[in-house]
Write a protein that binds this ligand. Structure first.
Ligand SMILES: Nc1ncnc2c1ncn2[C@@H]1O[C@H](COP(=O)(O)OP(=O)(O)O)[C@@H](O)[C@H]1O
Ligand SMILES: Cc1cn([C@H]2C[C@H](O)[C@@H](COP(=O)(O)O)O2)c(=O)[nH]c1=O
Ligand SMILES: [Zn+2]
Length: 194
């Protein structure tokens, strides 16, 4: 679907934005890693960023729930991505929901400079509300891919992230010890029975 062979002269080529979104455990990171590895195979300069707050599996790697990983640069804010993007063909950003809203302008600027920008992030928080800059990114992107997990309650397709850890904070880094992927029906049932 996405072309890896690109015009070498950055002034002549067009950039674009791809968003990979979905619930936790839906395969966003695996899909991001797949696209970034293919870009590297096509001998493109690839830079990968994630927000500093995501220290879940590793400080300096993007790591999937299946322990696939790739080196990355952790950054404090979206502005750092612009400063560190250098001579890059492709930029990957994981856990985009944790960034400030400035990420939308940053990604548009990078795409305007001829860079392919691939973003992975949660579209909804544990309350089922749009998360951080994700809705703005999805609106601006040329391509949006929504991936699905399997509902841990009934086996249907899941697109909600249910938090069973007692915390009301928006940002609560974690994995299977605190969250599970669930379908719409199970999400509402679980919330009603809380
Ligand atoms: N409920 C689930 N549905 C689908 N995959 C799951 C589930 N729970 C664990 N997994 C594992 O998580 C992997 C996806 O991990 P990852 O790409 O890190 O997801 P995400 O970045 O969307 O949280 C799957 O390949 C699978 O092995
Ligand atoms: C729903 C929800 C999730 N989080 C955190 C939990 C994880 O650290 C990440 C999501 O990681 P994944 O790669 O998509 O599995 O986000 C949060 O802080 N707040 C939430 O509402
Ligand atoms: Zn279900």
């Amino acid at each position: 679907m996405f072309l890896e062979n690109r015009q070498n002269n950055r002034n002549k080529r067009h950039g674009w934005i791809e968003v990979i979104c979905g619930s936790m455990f839906s395969g966003k990171t695996e899909e991001l890693l797949r696209r970034l590895r293919r870009a590297r195979i096509a001998r493109q300069n690839v830079e990968i960023f994630k927000p500093l707050v995501d220290r879940r599996y590793s400080e300096e790697e993007v790591v999937s729930h299946d322990a696939n990983s790739i080196r990355c640069t952790p950054v404090e804010s979206s502005g750092n991505i612009l400063l560190l993007s250098g001579n890059t063909d492709v930029i990957g950003i994981d856990e985009a929901q944790f960034f400030d809203n400035g990420l939308v302008d940053v990604c548009n600027t990078l795409a305007g400079q001829g860079i392919r920008v691939i973003i992975a992030g949660l579209d909804m928080d544990f309350k089922g509300k749009p998360f951080g800059p994700m809705p703005g990114l999805m609106a601006c992107a040329e391509y949006v891919t929504k991936v699905h997990a399997i509902c841990m309650q009934c086996g249907d397709l899941a697109h909600f992230s249910y938090r069973f850890k007692a915390s009301d904070r928006l940002v609560e880094v974690g994995a299977a010890e605190s969250y599970e992927a669930v379908c719409r029906n199970c999400y509402h049932q679980l919330n009603r029975s809380k």
